[in-house]
Design a protein around this ligand. Structure first.
Ligand SMILES: Nc1ncnc2c1ncn2[C@@H]1O[C@H](COP(=O)(O)OP(=O)(O)OP(=O)(O)O)[C@@H](O)[C@H]1O
Length: 233
């Protein structure tokens, strides 16, 4: 599905990623973990063409994407729920959902407005509200719904539960679990390791721009020192 190999990237003269490699297979849920400033968002920006990697390869089902503009990455089947949600503020909920919608993969069970509303009934209630009038949790559901409307082969969430109340976080995790049951491939960046260990199949830990650990949820639980070494502040 997604293969990233030896990615190097940074900002100006400052190198942030030093050969990041990762993969997500069809139907898998994989997490990218690490403390603040370790390069998680830079990895996502490089994958999505939001910054140009200095070296390395990004492939989606064999299509080479490194250095391609964001619309090509979207066309290849990657859907992003960006950090900070980035809801279009001057559009209402429904307009946000259809703004970037596409069924490029020609799925039989495509995501449509009706299906997104059935998945997030709260969005249906709020369909005529402007993006800015929504609560943080509703905005997050909208950002996920908007990405699903592109019918992505891989859904990527960057800090999807940041700043949300614990009960709302739990709702978002539950949504992701339902998507996983549906066979959706997902890459999640988040700091709530305990919730992610239950949800995900595999985990990668990023430290100073390098992948320093990789394993299954079982491996992660069997190494309790990982949290102190790489994840706690
Ligand atoms: N636009 C930018 N210009 C210059 N340096 C940046 C920029 N964005 C991030 N950096 C630097 O790159 C490094 C990695 O940042 P990145 O946002 O990828 O980390 P992160 O792991 O996603 O952390 P966080 O959880 O804080 O978002 C940090 O040292 C950060 O200061």
């Amino acid at each position: 599905m997604l293969t990233v190999s030896n990615l190097e990237a940074g900002y100006g003269d400052v190198q942030v990623l030093f050969g990041v490699s990762l993969s997500v297979k069809a139907g898998e849920v994989v997490t990218l973990l690490g403390r603040n400033g370790m390069g998680k968002t830079t990895t996502i920006k490089s994958i999505f063409g939001l910054i140009r990697p200095a070296a390395g390869a990004v492939e989606v089902e064999g299509v080479a994407l490194a250095g391609q503009p964001p619309f090509r990455v979207a066309q290849a089947g990657l859907g992003l729920v960006p950090e900070g949600r980035q809801i279009f503020p001057n559009l209402d909920v429904e307009e946000n959902l259809v703004a970037t919608a596409a069924n490029r993969t020609k799925r039989e069970q495509a995501w449509t407005l009706e299906r997104v509303y059935a998945f997030f009934p709260r969005l249906k209630e709020r369909r005529r509200n402007m993006g800015t009038q929504l609560s943080g949790g509703e905005q997050q559901m909208l950002a996920i719904g908007r990405a699903l409307m592109t019918n992505p082969k891989l859904l990527v969430l960057d800090e999807a539960t940041e700043g949300l109340a614990p009960v709302i976080r739990a709702e978002i995790w539950a949504c992701l679990a339902r998507l996983k049951q549906d066979g959706q491939s997902i890459l999640v960046i988040d700091k709530n390791v305990d919730a992610l260990v239950k949800l995900a199949d595999r985990h990668l830990i990023l430290e100073k721009g390098r992948i320093v650990w990789e394993g299954t949820s079982g491996d992660f639980l069997a190494s309790p020192d990982l949290k102190d070494r790489y994840l706690h502040v």
